[in-house]
Structures are given as C-alpha cells and as structure tokens.
Ligand binder design. Sequence first.
Ligand code: ADP
Ligand code: MG
Length: 244
Amino acid sequence: MHSTRDERVILEATDVWRTYTRGDETIHALAGMSLTVRAGEMVGIVGRSGSGKTTFLNQVGCLDKPTRGSLKIVGHEVTCLDEKRLVEFRRDHVGFIFQLFYLIPTLTVWENVELPLIFAKRRDTDRVMEMIRKVGLEKNANALPGQLNGGDMQRVAIARALINQPKLLLADEPTGRLEHESRDAIMELFRRLQGEGLAIVIATHDLGLAQQTEGVVELKDGRIVQDRHENPARAWEQPREAGG
Ligand code: ADP
Ligand code: MG
C-alpha cells in the first residue's frame, strides 16, 4: 500500500466510475468523479435525485466497488482490497450515517454506540461514555431509540459511526428526516467534529444545508459540474476582516 505525500489528505478519489447494466441498458451512475478532502474539511455534495450522490458515498464507504478509478482513504488504495480486508478497512477508517439512522431498536443508546467496538473485539467502556458525551446524550444512555426524537437518533448514529475513531465521516442525507431545529443542531455537531480534525462529506439535495459546509460540489449525471470546493474564489466564505 502506498501512502500519500500530504498527510492531511484523508480522501482522494480520482476518475471514479460506477457503471450498472440492466438488460442492454448501461447506466453510468458515476462518470469520472474526482474529489479530494483533507482533515478538518467539511464538503457538501449536492445534486438532484439520481445524480450519483449515494453511489459516490457507497464507493468511498467501501460498501461497493467502483467499475474503475482510484480511491485512496488515509493514503490506502481501497479499490484493490478483497472483501474481507474491505470490511476491516471500513470498520477502522470510515464512519457512515444515513437518513434513516439504522439503529437497532431493541438495544439502548449505549449498546448501539458500543456495537462496532464489540464487533472489533475492542470493548472500551470509557470510549463509549466519551462518545455519548460528545454527542450530548449522556442523559439518554439507557433509553431505547424509539424513545428519542429524530435529532437524537441521528446523534446516536454519529456516536456509533465514530466509535472506532475513523478520520472520515460520510453522511447520506443525514438531516433528511429531521425538523429544522434538529437539523441545525446536527450541523453544529458536524462543525464541532470538523474543528477536531475530522473530514466530513455530506450528500444532500438541500442546497441550504450544503451551503453551511465550507465547500460544495455539485453532481450531475455522475460527475462534478461545478466545483466550488477546489475553487480558490470561495464565494460562500465570509470576507475576512481587514488587517485581521
Ligand atoms: P442520488 O443519491 O444522487 O439520488 P444515486 O447514486 O442513488 O443518486 O443514483 C445514481 C444513478 O444510478 C441513478 O440513475 C440510479 O437509478 C442508478 N443506480 C443506483 N444504484 C443502482 C443499482 N444498484 N442498479 C442500477 N442502477 C442504479
Ligand atoms: Mg441518494
């Protein structure tokens, strides 16, 4: 495995393609997608339904393999890993959260957060407590997911996604099912995690939400049509104070 020169590069996707065939129909869900994300960066991926956002996150999250192209995560090329190593790589290096949370309803908040540690045979009570505190759920540690509101369920999912200390967090429409206030609170939590050095990629069809990230890329037909993320003239940034 090769290591990238720039240690701060967490994700380096280069010319990634994912092609599906259905009968004699060929769909390029991704058609040459490239994106670089560094530690402490939060990038929003926008685009209409069907533009390839979920497909891209699934490739980066090692849930699926690109038809061609290169995907480097923390310096490791993941496209050449076999199934077993891919599962381990995903467990240790990528956190993933979804619109529908996917919590286990019969387990408490604590147990949901702890689960990936148990799978990794790394039981660590302090770590579970630390993550539950970090997402602000210490009062709900013994609650079942069904007793929480949507925003708090997503907090549980975030704590679970980060329990194995990945450097990259992927979020697929993370606020799609949330009320406005919960949405803002989750964005605030993302910003705090970003401040701690996490690299975050959020796919959303909500441009308003994406504009709260520091960089936005727009996907259309599986490729970037506009890359404000790499553009030095970052229109979304607040102007810096003179002399500051
Ligand atoms: P988005 O998340 O932006 O809504 P998707 O990544 O889900 O977009 O889908 C991108 C394109 O790929 C769509 O045209 C979709 O129909 C197609 N697609 C996604 N998954 C599959 C699949 N498993 N088989 C065939 N086509 C798929
Ligand atoms: Mg999607």
